[in-house]
Design a binder for this molecule. Structure first.
Ligand code: 73E
Length: 792
């Protein structure tokens, strides 16, 4: 039986812990050592934050050992590596994730409790690393976890921003942005590599010079900064493998270096000598070529193409032909965008000024491409113009997406629907030319972070019922829960787990806003960046409609109302006025409803401020229902929904992005689907003024316009945006269908047995949405890399 086997395994591990110095006494010694010598506090007097710092350093020591072992192993085996380039990584907190992946969480928790500290309390001392905006950035973080866990030889590359994404503060219901000083309290998880620096050059001119009788381009830059490396080891789960996320910080390069760079004087010579010496200080008996794959996480890092080309041409002096051949073999590109307006462009003037050599190279790539294209398709000028990297017009632009598609061997979308839109719309011209380049990898999220770390009770329950913890590495096993979908005992325990998480969330809501919410109510959550296409406004209009209905009900009908706690959270981009108005509207509506004694527990609305990874870890496990309302065809994938699904939350969603694939996995009966399909959206928009909107919709919009929630002048532009022909995101068209889906959710919720079964089936069917699957597909079909497992 699982309990007995687990006990046996734990006793064995206890012996192992003593051997590895992971037993409580060794850990306590370590922590106290760091209190005294790293944090420099007396070991007889230190507070929670200092205890956290000492704890983090003790964990970090163990992490570094594994990381070194991995690096040595990779060096010895020399497998093909993937370099994952992304300008955003949303790591959140690290401590819990790291100790769980290292398999030493409980040991540390024991050691700390004997010292009088609670592990969870200390874990909350850590600030979030918010080096990204939303889905794309968190996806990169999940994928790093999977790359490490699946033993792939990978390195992540990104930027170490001094300030992360702004902190959202709400004042009188309005969003205010404050700087995120995430480094102010130190960051124990990074290792500064002061000796690993690269000059990054800007501006200046390109001249033709002769080298060994051959003409070559020389770029004389006007300015230079230094990039300093910061290494962030990322441990895998159930493996010794620990990979690196290398983030670069820009440091001003002092004038002296600059001159030596330009003139090649004495100091320059010494520095270069030293560098040369370090290369030759260790003998690496290896003459094989070092193979890599370079993955572009959207177009944001796509200047890397021109930079690699520049290094190959100007520094390695390869021929154009040879350099181009390499480029086409190493780069792969994933786009996360659905709309043509979302595709990144850089004005030619700007690029020419900032990076003159790179612009030249891009022009050369384009010239060759267009010549080839003419041979293939003839003089079809419309098509040639569309496919060119250079966009002609009043302002000339470089189309970074065209550059990325042309230079990559593979172009990936992030869900099946998204890739279809890429092939038929966004990149149709390119698809017609190179159908073989186009693939898709439906996104995924890591179950280590989104179940094991954030929902320990569910984690224990799943392991108990599956009789194994193996699902933490092998998510397909989750499907085994289906066998117990109607088991009364599991139902009891499943509901208990949800309750524990709802209590945690309710306590957070009360601490934050003073609002007491009923645990019997359905916790209905929509948390994601605020954007018109994500339609938080549809949710708010639905809430107003619900409020209005309850107000007009008699006592008897009110008894049938399913109580709801509606939770909305997310940041609006600082300059995105409409999105900021949505936040204010949410607060204005909440103010009215929550203070209406006539409504009581039947309806509450809460806005959770500063939604980030650690807030998500608490909100998601506590949700009964989660909403994903994007107008079909606008969300490339969506990854929040995957986290909710894994946590047994029911989805209320449109048929958009990866939701379509989720429905296939868990069955239509277990999701509340609504709204127009992607292929219907264009036709609906064309209907424009003739499109009928339901009376209910006009009524709720009128309530806002009439000042039911105050601020009617401020909300006017918001209302104008969704009425008549300007309702681009089709809130009016989808409204009835939305209300029907909500009614279906209410009906299911009162039938506890049915709801619990749906919840179990949601989690059981979430396996396909693990980033482990996504990464495996990338490794096999795009990067062509093999696992390289470090021996224990
Ligand atoms: O649908 C999401 C997707 O799940 C998409 O909007 C998002 O990427 C997620 C992961 O694939 C995304 N973010 C960005 N583009 N798409 C983006 C664009 C510019 C700056 C930062 C992020």
């Amino acid at each position: 039986d699982f309990g007995e086997r687990k006990g046996q395994a734990e006793r064995m591990l206890g012996l192992m812990d003593v051997f590895l110095k992971n037993d409580p006494i060794s850990l306590q010694k370590d922590i106290l050592h760091h209190v005294e010598y790293t944090v420099a506090r007396s070991r007889f007097s230190f507070d929670d934050f200092e205890a956290y710092q000492a704890l983090a350093h003790s964990v970090r020591d163990r992490l570094i050992e594994r990381w070194h072992d991995t690096l040595i192993h990779f060096k010895k085996e020399d497998p093909k590596r993937v370099y994952f380039l992304s300008l955003e990584f949303l790591m959140g907190r690290s401590l819990s994730n790291i100790v769980i992946n290292l398999g030493i969480r409980d040991q540390f928790a024991d050691a700390l409790s004997q010292l009088g500290f609670d592990f969870e309390v200390l874990a909350e001392q850590e600030g979030d690393a918010c080096l990204g905006n939303g889905g794309l950035a968190r996806l990169s973080a999940c994928q790093m976890d999977s790359l490490a866990t699946l033993d792939y030889p990978a390195v992540g590359y990104g930027l170490r921003y001094q300030y992360g994404l702004f902190r959202q503060v709400i004042v009188d219901g309005f969003q205010h942005e404050q700087p995120d000083y995430w480094l102010n309290f130190g960051n124990p998880w990074e290792i500064e590599r002061i000796h690993i620096t690269y000059p990054v050059k800007f501006y200046g001119t390109v001249t033709d010079e002769f080298l060994n009788g051959e003409k070559c381009k020389v770029w004389v830059p006007g300015e230079m900064v230094e990039a300093v490396a910061y290494d962030n080891p990322i441990p895998g789960y159930g493996t010794r493998n620990t990979i690196n996320l290398r983030l670069w910080a820009a440091k001003p390069s002092d004038q002296h270096d600059m001159e030596s760079f330009n003139t090649g004087d004495y100091v320059d010579a010494v520095v270069n000598r030293q560098r040369a010496e370090s290369i030759s200080s260790i003998l690496y008996p290896d003459d094989r070529s070092y193979q890599v794959a370079l993955q572009l996480n959207d177009t944001h890092p796509s200047l890397a193409i021109a930079e690699v080309m520049r290094v190959l041409l100007d520094e390695e002096h390869l021929s154009w032909h040879r350099a181009w051949d390499i480029i086409c073999k190493i780069f792969s590109f994933t786009t996360h965008t659905v709309s043509p307006e979302g595709l990144e462009k850089i004005p030619v003037d700007l690029l020419g000024n900032l990076l003159p050599r790179h612009l030249q190279i891009i022009y050369d790539i384009n010239f060759n491409f267009v010549e080839e294209l003419k041979k293939m398709i003839g003089l079809d000028y419309d098509r040639l113009t569309r496919m060119s990297i250079v966009e002609e017009g009043a302002v000339k632009n470089i189309r970074m997406a065209n550059l990325s598609v042309i230079c990559s061997h593979t172009v990936n979308g992030v869900s099946r629907l998204h890739s279809e839109l890429l092939r038929t719309k966004l990149f149709k011209d390119f698809y017609d030319l190179w159908p073989h380049k186009f693939q898709y990898k439906t996104n995924g999220v890591t179950q280590r972070r989104w179940i094991v770390v954030s929902n320990p009770s569910l984690c224990a329950l799943i392991s108990k019922w599956l009789g194994t913890e193996a699902w933490i590495r092998d998510i397909d096993l989750l499907i085994g829960l289906r066998d117990y979908a109607t088991n009364a005992e599991l139902h009891q325990e499943w509901k208990m787990v949800k309750k524990v998480n709802k209590i945690r969330l309710a306590e957070y809501i009360e601490a934050m806003s003073g609002l007491k919410v009923s645990l019997d109510a359905m916790f209905d959550v929509q948390t994601k960046r605020i954007h018109e296409y994500k339609r938080q406004l549809l949710n708010i209009l639905g809430i107003i409609h619900r409020y209005d209905c309850i107000k007009n009900m008699d006592k008897n009908d009110r008894k049938k109302v399913v109580p709801r706690v509606c939770i909305i959270g997310g940041k609006a981009a600082p300059g995105y006025e409409i999105a900021k108005k949505v936040i204010k509207l949410c607060h204005a509506v909440a103010e009215k409803i929550n203070n209406d004694n006539d409504i009581g527990d039947l309806l509450k609305l809460v806005f959770i401020p500063d939604y980030n990874v650690s807030v998500a870890e608490m909100v998601i496990p506590g949700a009964d229902l989660s909403q994903h309302l994007s107008t079909a065809g606008h969300e490339a994938s969506g990854t929040g929904s995957m986290k909710f699904l894994m946590n047994g939350c029911l989805l209320l969603a449109t048929a958009d992005g990866s939701t379509i694939e989720m429905v296939e996995e868990i069955g239509q009966d277990n999701v509340f689907l609504f709204g127009a399909k992607a292929h219907e959206v264009v036709a609906l928009r064309k209907k424009g003024p003739t499109l009928k909107v339901p009376l209910q919709f006009s009524r709720v919009v009128r309530m806002i316009r009439d000042g039911h929630f105050g601020f009617e002048d401020y909300f006017k532009s918001l209302c104008d945006k969704i009425e008549g022909t300007s309702d681009y995101f089709l809130l009016g068209a989808d409204f009835m269908s939305y209300l029907e889906a909500q009614a279906a959710a209410d009906k299911a919720f009162v039938d506890e047995e049915r709801w619990t079964k749906m919840s179990i089936l949601s989690a059981a069917g979430s396996g396909r949405f693990s980033s482990d699957r996504t990464i495996q597909e990338y490794a096999e079909n795009t990067w062509d890399i093999q696992p390289c497992r470090c021996p224990f």
